[in-house]
Design a protein around this ligand. Structure first.
Ligand SMILES: Cc1cc2nc3c(=O)[nH]c(=O)nc-3n(C[C@H](O)[C@H](O)[C@H](O)COP(=O)(O)O)c2cc1C
Length: 337
């Protein structure tokens, strides 16, 4: 039903403008979030229980919504009703910011991929805190909050900037994701280096689980170094991976679009994201839980990610191409830990 009817309609919104379809979807899901009967109907259809505890947090199932879909947390109750076992909001920054000029989101349909250069468009940490404080009831699933650096803040002041967001939001998240891997904020990815990451984790690790989200474009030695810092500083886990700057695996018709600046997600990322998950799992001997994300478009992709060593998985692009049936199917096929 999603792929035959709803998806073609969604892909026509705004003359094919991917961000217009995204905004329409979020508005609909925000409306659903305010309707108890609509939520109950979705829950009856999509919710799956396959519980597990990871970094001390209980998850009703291991399939989460990846960061970037609901940056400002406007449709929070809808996501668990659509089957997600956890939700990561953000990336949010200390200062509200508009992001890059539009267009900045592109579908590459034949490749089942997306390129985005959103640039952390978000209403800011304080606004998100206010929204979360006003949520009428507990969400029923863990809430992750992804933190990034404000564009106006120089790299040298990054720690203070992340800390300001963390302080505003710490009472509201079950875990925090330190996003040092978006390709769309100049210099951000250099925060994956040993010295920068060490300072960042020294400031943030404490009360709540803190996970580090990494880029798929790092070399294995660079990931190994990053993992040493994560282990030494008591990070709760790693989220692997963010979007890639690589352009491998595109269908011929999508090659011109592949020239758009930004991070690529979806099918072309499946193999590389799984490799990174497997590397992190091996390198740490399983001591650092991994959230596997990147190119999960079928339930088998989720199973393989879990087999590669992920404790949890997330998806974004798969939701665009497959809809909520993917979430349910992936959660159902997840093996009991
Ligand atoms: C439009 C868009 C916006 C995104 N924004 C964020 C973000 O704000 N923070 C973040 O950590 N990841 C962001 N991501 C990356 C996703 O969370 C995910 O890591 C990546 O897309 C790979 O997963 P996928 O292939 O299932 O989409 C974004 C991805 C897309 C497609």
């Amino acid at each position: 039903m999603f792929e035959r009817l709803l998806r073609p309609a969604l892909f026509r919104i705004g003359g094919g403008d991917a961000e217009a379809a995204h905004e329409w979807t979020l508005r609909r899901l925000a409306a659903v979030s305010r309707s108890a009967p609509a939520l109950a109907a979705l829950r009856a259809r999509y919710a799956v229980r396959a519980p597990r505890t990871v970094f001390g947090v209980e998850f009703p199932n291991p399939v989460g919504l990846a960061a970037g879909m609901d940056k400002n947390g406007v449709a929070l109750p809808a996501w668990p009703a659509l089957g997600f076992g956890f939700v990561e909001v953000g990336t949010v920054t200390a200062h509200a910011q508009p992001g890059n000029p539009r267009p900045r989101l592109f579908r590459l349909r034949d490749s089942e991929a997306v390129i985005n250069r959103m640039g952390f468009n978000n209403a800011g940490a304080e606004a998100l805190a206010a929204r979360l404080a006003a949520l009428p009831r507990p969400l029923g699933v863990p809430l992750g909050i992804s933190l990034g650096k404000s564009k106006v803040t120089p790299l040298a002041d990054a720690v203070e900037d992340y800390l300001a967001s963390y302080r505003a939001l710490r009472d509201h998240g079950d875990y925090f994701a330190v996003n040092v891997s978006s390709p769309n904020t100049p210099g951000l990815r250099s925060l994956q280096d040993r010295a920068h990451l060490d300072a960042l984790l020294a400031a943030l690790v404490g009360e709540k689980p803190v996970l580090v989200k990494i880029a798929p474009d790092l070399t294995e030695p660079a990931i190994a170094e990053l993992l040493e810092v994560c282990l030494a500083r008591g990070a709760a886990g790693v989220i692997a991976t963010n979007t890639t700057l690589a352009r491998d695996g595109l269908a011929d018709v999508d090659r011109p679009r592949g020239g758009e600046t930004g991070g690529l997600s979806g099918r072309p990322l499946t193999g590389r994201a799984r490799e990174v998950v497997s590397f992190v799992h091996r390198e740490t001997g399983g001591r650092l839980p991994v959230v596997g994300v990147g190119g999960i478009l079928d339930p088998d992709d989720a199973s393989r990610m879990l087999d590669a060593g992920a404790s949890l998985v997330q998806l974004y692009t798969g939701f665009i191409y497959r809809g909520p049936a993917l979430v349910r199917a992936a959660a159902r096929t997840a093996p009991t830990p």
